[in-house]
Write a protein that binds this ligand. Structure first.
Ligand code: ATP
Ligand code: LTN
Length: 335
């Protein structure tokens, strides 16, 4: 029987702190179903996280927590390669080559670079500017077809496509030009304190985000404190950004449609609605937390998963990198 060649998926999250409900609903949750249809690589992008100041011991802990979280969220290591970016040295090597393809002007225009430069004005390092090139390297190294990400990463993905096309035009067909995959819902979960901003792991205001490690009481308290809109009706709409965000969270966690949720809370106040949102969030988060805790106690298992993941990723990465080196005129090492 002919072997069916599956299309390839690559995605990653930075181990920069507590993973939020936004990361889960906008990104990680959508990875699980893809495993059936695609050849998936899911990566903890630790090199990216170095673009903002990290405490080494915390980075180590966040990295292993995230590995366990991926599995707790349904990534099955027997189906997908789960690995740590720095374990596969080709990511950094290809990034250097792609640096010679990307233009300073286009990197300078990236929204995330501008945002992060504002937030970390004391540490606008070259890595922060180069961040999208390393991301392009992650993607192109595996000849990735599909990249599931949240809305905030679309601009970076466009850049990865531009870099791939530019390289292919200059040196002949080398890279697959990747497509983005945005989840229909959960594209952008907003801050609980400012529905104009995205919910972000690195928000200094802890009340603005729900972390996947928050306990039930904390989740309930944060949702009760969430800002609301001026009238009291539970309705989805551009004129009601705060309630729309809570409705998005509610429907994504409960499985109800927006219309059904609006009907359920017709004539009811925000208090009752917020408690229901909390119940729905808790019912999603608690089983993940329990599984993550269990996995973190089994270090040997996590290490075996990471070894297997990095072995598979290295094999594929090496193939692409040697092709790239050959095409651009570097002489292969004699072994
Ligand atoms: P940081 O605050 O450190 O910049 P972050 O919360 O933005 O981190 P990332 O590691 O940059 O998280 O993103 C991981 C994934 O989660 C990406 O695919 C991104 O698009 C998605 N994502 C991040 N925040 C949200 C959000 N608020 N809503 C939906 N998806 C999100
Ligand atoms: N920049 C991404 C994380 C990331 C990524 C990737 C996502 C790094 N490399 C490759 C998809 C594919 C973010 O979510 N902030």
């Amino acid at each position: 029987m002919d072997e069916v060649i599956k299309k390839r998926v690559f995605s990653g999250v930075q181990p920069t702190g507590k993973v939020t409900l936004g990361n889960y609903l906008g990104a990680i949750r959508n990875w699980k179903p893809l495993q059936e249809e695609y050849d998936c690589l899911y990566c903890v992008v630790d090199l990216h996280s170095l673009t903002v100041t990290q405490v080494p011991a915390e980075l180590r802990k966040n990295t292993m927590d995230l590995v366990a979280l991926y599995i707790a969220c349904g990534i099955d290591p027997s189906k997908s390669a789960l690995f740590i970016q720095s374990h596969v040295h080709e990511h950094a090597e290809l990034a250097w080559i792609l640096d010679t393809i990307a233009y300073v002007g286009e990197l300078n225009r990236m929204t995330q670079f501008k945002d992060k430069s504002r937030k970390h004005a004391d540490n606008i390092n070259m890595g922060l500017m180069n961040y999208p090139v390393l991301m392009a390297s992650d993607i192109l190294l595996y000849q990735t077809d599909v990249v599931p990400v949240g809305k905030d990463q679309v601009q970076h993905l466009e850049l990865a496509r531009d870099i791939a096309q530019r390289f292919n035009a200059r040196y002949s067909d080398t890279f697959v030009v990747p497509e983005g995959l945005l989840s229909k819902s959960g594209q952008s979960i907003k801050s609980l304190q400012d529905p104009g901003a995205k919910m972000s792991k690195s928000d200094p205001n802890d009340n603005a985000l729900i972390s996947l490690t928050d306990d039930a009481d904390t989740i309930r308290r944060k949702l009760r404190r969430a800002v609301t809109d001026s009238d009291t009706c539970v309705r989805h709409g551009a004129d009601k950004p705060a309630i729309t965000n809570l409705l998005n969270i509610y429907t994504l966690c409960s499985g109800l449609s927006i219309a059904d949720a609006e009907k359920t809370f017709e004539g009811k106040g925000y208090g009752e609605f917020k408690d229901a949102v909390a119940d729905a969030v808790i019912s999603v988060v608690e089983p993940i937390q329990a599984e993550q805790k269990r996995l973190l106690r089994d270090k040997a298992y996590l290490e075996s998963v990471l070894k297997q993941g990095a072995d598979k990723a290295s094999y594929l990465a090496q193939k692409t990198l040697s092709k790239v080196y050959r095409k651009i005129g570097l002489i292969p090492r004699i072994r």
